[in-house]
Design a protein around this ligand. Structure first.
Ligand SMILES: NC(=O)c1ccc[n+]([C@@H]2O[C@H](COP(=O)([O-])OP(=O)(O)OC[C@H]3O[C@@H](n4cnc5c(N)ncnc54)[C@H](OP(=O)(O)O)[C@@H]3O)[C@@H](O)[C@H]2O)c1
Length: 361
């Protein structure tokens, strides 16, 4: 393969990776158009998923697309968009060959675009650098395969694996640098999943902040079976700017009030043990088109998620001090080392260590 083909497909990946976190619920895709080794145009999936990268690059290229080569990090879509599918736009543009990193697993497209392009005498090459598309858009591939949201859990722990003090006193465990990085993880998540208990104890804002400024409002999902959430909670401020979904078993006045102020309140029945079936909740979340979540809750909830096999990634920020035996544990009845997992990243933020694990299923 010519070296410029590698250069352009790499460039398509580079521009896509920089935009990860902005295109939910869609995966982030990069596209470059070039002719005889000379760059013509590029495009990335736009905010919230539309227009697609190919559409942006084709529009920028205009007539220059005729006879050109397209490099794209995911199979172009087959299903309709306002301007027609990306496949039809590619055919109309006069592009003569296309390099595709990975086939789209979405059944609406899966190999259909590749077949249509080939049928229309476009040369199609696939499989170049497919791991790059897969790893940046892991949530997309995994959630489609498992029909449930890809789930990351973020936790700050003390050296002795505690997540809070016994009296729930409000105090940071991780340092400033760790917390800055934690905001990047939040930015790259489609929604935050938490419990009414964590909201009651911490009263977090759950905004994404950079240098103290709010840069993104991520939807927040709250598990609150007895509807204990205070109407004064910080997450309910600026409610018009964000989506709040609350799962509860109650249908009382607070239920009505929360709906009136703009929350989506989903009524669920408790199981025999008086809790919710978490797998059922995850199915509902997926049907709401949320396919990537970041859990920010305590050890009780994390233990329940692990027990139900619902965690894909664990992000741990470990401080150098101990909280002591009375502190709230990361996991009930278990230590971190007992969870089957694979360390995939380790960083140091001053006196904190950051560990990213894939959970083995
Ligand atoms: N260090 C960190 O990174 C970090 C992050 C977040 C929170 N925290 C801390 O964690 C502490 C709270 O931890 P925690 O373990 O006590 O509480 P938690 O894990 O946040 O929440 C536990 C509660 O969630 C509800 N719940 C869990 N599973 C459920 C299910 N299947 N169905 C329905 N409800 C379910 C129950 O609430 P009800 O029975 O009350 O309805 C349960 O008591 C706080 O102090 C907070 O500061 C630390």
């Amino acid at each position: 393969m010519n070296s410029f083909h590698i250069k352009f497909i790499n460039e398509a990946h580079n521009i896509a990776e920089k935009k990860f976190g902005t295109t939910f619920p869609n995966p982030v895709v990069g596209c470059v158009i070039a002719k005889n080794g000379k760059f013509i145009s590029k495009g990335v999936t736009n905010k919230s998923g539309r227009p697609h990268a190919e559409e942006v690059a084709i529009k920028k290229a205009g007539k220059k697309a005729k006879g050109a080569t397209m490099y794209v990090t995911l199979e172009p879509c087959f299903h309709n968009s306002p301007e027609g599918s990306c496949t039809d736009q590619i055919l109309r543009s006069g592009i003569k060959e296309i390099f595709i990193s990975i086939v789209d697993p979405d059944p609406r497209t899966n190999n259909k675009s590749i077949n249509k392009l080939k049928h229309n005498k476009i040369k199609v090459y696939k499989g170049i650098n497919k791991n790059r598309t897969f790893s940046v858009n892991k949530f997309f591939f995994e959630s489609l395969k498992n029909k449930k949201p890809y789930t990351k859990v973020k936790m700050a722990i003390s050296h002795d694996e505690k997540i809070a003090w016994s009296d729930y006193k409000s105090k940071w465990i991780s340092n400033v640098k760790s917390r800055e990085y934690a905001h990047k993880i939040r930015f790259c998540s489609q929604a935050i999943l938490t419990t009414a208990k964590t909201i009651a104890k911490d009263n977090p804002r759950f905004t994404v902040r950079l240098n103290g400024k709010i840069i993104k409002h991520v939807p927040i999902i709250v598990i609150d079976k007895d509807l204990k959430i205070s109407l004064d909670s910080k997450i309910l401020k600026d409610i018009h700017k964000k989506r709040i979904i609350i799962f509860t078993s109650r249908q009382n006045n607070k239920f009505i009030k929360l709906k009136q102020i703009g929350c989506e309140v989903i009524h669920l029945k408790k199981t025999k043990n008086k809790y919710f079936n978490l797998k059922n909740i995850f199915n509902i979340i997926y049907k709401l088109k949320i396919s990537d979540i970041l859990v920010e809750a305590g050890g009780t909830f994390l233990s329940n998620l692990i027990k139900n096999n619902l965690v894909n990634e664990l992000h741990i920020f470990k401080a150098s001090f101990n909280i002591g035996q009375e502190g709230k544990p990361l996991l009930l009845n278990k230590k971190l080392y007992e969870i089957k997992k694979k360390l995939i990243e380790k960083r140091k933020f001053h006196d904190n260590y950051y560990y990213k694990y894939f959970i083995n299923k």
